[in-house]
Design a protein around this ligand. Structure first.
Ligand SMILES: Nc1ncnc2c1ncn2[C@@H]1O[C@H](COP(=O)(O)OP(=O)(O)O)[C@@H](O)[C@H]1O
Ligand SMILES: C=C(OP(=O)(O)O)C(=O)O
Ligand SMILES: [K+]
Ligand SMILES: [Mg+2]
Length: 572
């Protein structure tokens, strides 16, 4: 007879237990929990992080004094150290949690290359989130960083269940378990609480209940009111807040349509985000374009330019992928929940399809969840994790995201430096050896000016590569031209000069774009002269360097029909 037991001494602490899930997920990941030798690049990662911190610190002070050119301190350091072509293109998002929420810890992540800080509203209190957002704004304001803030809604997670204990619990083969919606304190043997009243609705005898995408599987043997009696048919671990899915005849039983995408709590979190001036709202469990449009309309009535990202994490969202991508300002491939709703072996191809579609439709895309999961616990990643990160970079995702690695892990900074190193390496390889076509076939523009903008950016991308220019400068109000350039994934970095703070913060998520906040006038020649002079004065541009210049703000009365222009300037 099976007994409910805490599994392994290693798994008595919740965060560690969760992290270990990936190692112990028998048929899922099959990586052992044997102590691993730390060698390889361990010391290299460390020295990289230390070096970055040491060298950026004096520049932080300097740039505070005279910062006519709104270039953030981290980019400035990277540019000085590595030159234009050495700049990292892939953007990095870090989830903030208890392991990295102090001012000093956040500063280290900012120095380490965090472009966007993500706050998962599923966890912690309003006061805690407010405190973190204010610290990030303070870092930006006082030390010259440029870290955007994203809140991620809780959404209606109908399939979360808890066994009441803070550690993982083992389900043995043939053991009988009770999944209930009854709320009670503490834990009862063989009893799991489901988070949502209607979780068993539509579920029949013989259906399969799968925990965390395959950690354990049960067969439903009886439905009693809202509750289910189940038999374990594939033993494994139940972690706290485990994700559940139901399967019938090898197909997922879809249930998300039962609840609204944005709950009352989500709306209250959104109001909070608006009042705190966040830059992005990531919507969990998006089912169709309507929810995205609804939130975007709401934000526009409030005159807010907050960007709405749709998280692709359910089968339903895959059915309506194109309309969701079109309606949103960006996408997150939320592999954690997605892996519960589709067979795991489909994740890699689905990820690539989503990334390709986002590029076609010109929306930034983040690849999220379990990128360096073992680093929650260990100071080096598995080789397989580095390969996964590199593959996302090769597929040209705009951004990569850390979850538990930064939120609760002991090696968040190091995990960030692994992302930096692995993405820089793969970007270099892609540039030199990867022959994938750089311009997607899909045409976006409907109006003539939009078509012109798109064609100019497509040509500019090719031209920049063919001419081997050092950098691309784009002058943009709302970021459209900058994103169209980024879409072509050109070799040189794209400097996007804008006079809109919200544009600067939104472009932080876009591949290869360095947003720079600066006063722009109607006189484009004056803008170009001013920005090149400022960059030259900082020693970042020298005689003979070539810059490709694109603008979409030349709609002056003198040249009413010229919407966009493209020129190459060789610095004298
Ligand atoms: N703001 C926070 N406060 C406390 N813990 C957090 C916070 N954000 C994230 N975490 C922890 O980090 C883990 C990984 O984060 P994430 O992947 O965003 O959440 P989830 O596991 O709920 O999908 C969470 O399970 C939780 O334990
Ligand atoms: C990023 C994800 O969402 P969350 O962490 O909010 O569950 C995910 O499911 O992969
Ligand atoms: K969430
Ligand atoms: Mg999720």
């Amino acid at each position: 007879m099976a007994s409910m037991s805490a599994d392994l001494a290693l798994l008595t602490n919740y965060p560690i237990a969760k992290a270990s899930g990936i190692h112990l997920g028998k048929r899922v990941f099959g990586v052992s929990v044997l102590p691993r030798t730390i060698g390889f690049n361990g010391s290299k990662f460390e020295s990289f992080a230390t070096r970055a911190v040491m060298q950026v610190a004096p520049i932080v002070e300097e740039s505070k004094k005279e910062n006519q050119l709104g270039l953030d301190v981290v980019t400035e350091t990277e540019l000085r150290e590595k030159g234009f072509l050495g700049m990292r293109k892939t953007k990095l998002v870090c989830t903030v949690g208890p392991s990295c929420c102090s001012y000093e810890e956040l500063k280290k992540l900012a120095l380490g290359g965090m472009n966007v800080a993500r706050l998962n509203m599923c966890h912690n209190t309003r006061d805690w989130h407010e405190d973190v957002i204010r610290k990030i704004k303070k870092l930006n304001h006082e030390l010259g960083f440029c870290v955007s803030v994203m809140i991620d809604t809780e959404g209606s997670q109908i399939h979360v269940a808890d066994h009441g204990a803070p550690y993982s619990v083992k389900a043995e083969d043939g053991s009988i378990w009770f999944f209930t919606t009854e709320q009670f304190e503490g834990c009862r043997p063989f009893t799991v609480q489901a988070s949502y009243e209607g979780f068993a609705e539509g579920i029949k005898e013989g259906d399969e209940l799968v925990v965390d995408g395959g950690m354990a599987t049960f067969e439903v043997i009886e439905r009693i009111g809202n509750d289910l009696r189940c038999k374990c048919i594939d033993p494994g671990l139940l972690l706290p807040r485990a994700k559940l899915s139901f399967w019938r005849d090898g197909k997922l039983v879809e249930k998300h349509h039962e609840l609204p995408t944005l709950s009352t709590k989500d709306w209250s979190d959104i109001e909070f985000g608006i009042s705190e001036g966040v830059d992005f709202i990531a919507m969990s469990f998006v089912k169709d374009a309507d929810a995205v449009k609804h939130l975007k309309n709401y934000l526009s009535t409030k005159n807010k330019s907050i960007k709405v990202l749709a998280k692709i994490e359910s089968l339903e969202s895959l059915h309506k992928l194109e309309e969701i991508v079109e309606a949103s300002d960006g996408i997150m491939v939320a592999r954690g929940d997605l892996g519960v709703e589709i067979p795991l072996e489909q994740i890699p191809t689905v990820q690539e399809e989503i990334i390709d579609l986002c590029r076609q439709l010109n929306k930034p895309v983040i690849v999220a969840s379990q990128l360096l999961e073992s680093m929650i616990e260990y100071p080096t990643p598995t080789r397989a994790e580095v390969a996964d990160v590199s593959e996302a970079v090769r597929q040209y995702a705009d951004a990569l995201m850390l979850s538990g690695e930064s939120a609760i892990g002991s090696f968040g900074e190091k995990a960030l430096s692994v992302l930096c190193m692995a993405s820089s390496r793969m970007e270099l390889w892609s540039r030199e050896e990867n022959q994938r076509p750089s311009v997607p076939e899909h045409k976006l523009g409907v109006s003539l000016p939009d078509q012109i903008a798109e064609q100019i950016c497509n040509c500019a991308g090719r031209m920049a590569n063919n001419l081997g220019v050092d950098a691309i400068f784009v002058y943009t109000k709302h970021g459209k031209m900058a994103s169209l350039l980024s879409r072509n994934r050109p070799n040189p970095p794209i400097f996007a000069f804008t006079n809109e703070k919200s544009t600067q913060m939104a472009l932080n998520l876009q591949w290869g774009v360095t947003p720079v906040l600066i006063e722009l006038s109607d006189d484009m020649e004056a803008n170009i002269a001013k920005t090149t002079d400022l960059i030259k004065a900082k020693g970042m541009l020298k005689e003979g360097d070539a810059v490709l210049i694109i603008s979409d703000v030349t709609r002056t009365c003198a040249t009413p029909t010229v919407y966009q222009s493209l020129q190459v300037k060789v610095i004298s």
